[in-house]
Design a protein around this ligand. Structure first.
Ligand code: F3S
Length: 112
């Protein structure tokens, strides 16, 4: 089993999850993070840390976001590790709870 980052993270990217991850399982895209399923140790620490409830165990991903499992897996091969918490985007609070916002997902690396 692994944990999965889903749609609420897009354009919020608070990175509180990164601060508690013991194994550096998070990888960073421009406006979104994902969890590398090969690295995640299923510890559960990140789930309550996310202010927008974006993280679910793979068995509990809401049906509407089920495709994010494959997205996390695919992007984990392409994105760099994020090992430290950073400031969220200036407009992160405006994107809290906005749905849908998957159309805004930018899967490119942060510095691309
Ligand atoms: Fe995203 Fe939540 Fe982490 S918004 S960066 S999954 S704390």
């Amino acid at each position: 089993m692994t944990y999965v980052v889903t749609e609420p993270c897009i354009k919020c990217k608070y990175t509180d999850c990164v601060a508690v991850c013991p194994v550096e399982a998070f990888k960073e895209a421009k406006n979104f993070l994902i969890i590398d399923p090969e690295i995640c140790v299923d510890c559960d620490l990140c789930v309550p840390e996310c202010p927008v409830d974006a993280i679910f165990s793979e068995d509990n991903v809401p049906e509407k976001w089920a495709h994010f499992k494959a997205l996390n897996e695919k992007l984990s091969q392409e994105l760099p590790t994020i090992s430290e918490q950073k400031d969220p985007p200036a407009d992160a609070d405006q994107w809290k709870g906005v749905e849908p916002k998957e159309q805004h997902l930018d899967p490119t690396p942060p510095d691309a």
